[in-house]
Design a protein around this ligand. Structure first.
Ligand SMILES: Cc1cc2nc3c(=O)[nH]c(=O)nc-3n(C[C@H](O)[C@H](O)[C@H](O)COP(=O)(O)O)c2cc1C
Length: 172
């Protein structure tokens, strides 16, 4: 059986859902990542930044915009020494200004993905997979990029069936 690693970034708290600001107890991408693990097994690896983003949604939006413009690599709390034991690597994250939060790239750039398959998963409020595929091609050195999955953020909790089907199709 394939060994799966599910890397994800997710920000609980204030977010934009169907046109309104709501307070998410658990981030959408975290819910999706847990559904994937439940469906096919594997290890979860949460990307967490040393410096937290602003709790206020609009200020966070501005911070993220600036980071992307500067191609920043925010410091992260934990990074494994190696990903050698894994065949499939899911990279799940919210769409932030069209792609993953820069902290995801901080982690991805540390590894050589030769011989591994990476799968983009993105939760979003309208942008779909956005630039996720291109970002993985760029930052996962040597990887083959597999089928992506876009999940409407507001519907993540209700999307277990779709997420499970995608996971079983790609990660078993
Ligand atoms: C900083 C920031 C930027 C965002 N940019 C986009 C975007 O460009 N396109 C989009 O569809 N949604 C955007 N969103 C909405 C999130 O992608 C969406 O709510 C996602 O499901 C949040 O996932 P999380 O709860 O796991 O962090 C943005 C949200 C934030 C906080």
């Amino acid at each position: 059986m394939a060994e799966n690693l599910i890397i994800y970034y997710s920000r609980a708290g204030e977010n934009y859902v169907n046109g309104n600001i709501v307070n998410l107890k658990k981030g959408n991408t975290e819910i999706a990542a847990e559904y994937i693990q439940k469906a096919v097994g594997g290890d979860l690896l949460k990307v967490e930044t040393v410096k937290e983003y602003d709790a206020d949604y609009y200020r966070c939006i501005e911070e993220a915009k600036k980071e992307l413009a500067e191609n920043a690599r925010p410091e992260i709390k934990f990074c494994p020494e190696s990903i050698d034991g894994y065949d499939n690597i899911v990279v799940a994250g919210p769409c932030w200004w069209g792609t993953y939060p820069c902290a995801v790239f901080t982690l991805l750039e540390k590894f050589d993905f030769t011989g591994k398959k990476v799968f983009p998963v993105m939760t979003h409020e309208g942008s779909g997979l956005g630039g996720a595929v291109n970002s993985l091609r760029k930052y996962c050195r040597g990887a083959e990029v597999g089928e992506g999955l876009a999940v409407h953020g507001a519907e993540t909790a209700k999307s277990e069936k779709t997420i499970t089907a995608w996971a079983k199709r790609n990660l078993l």
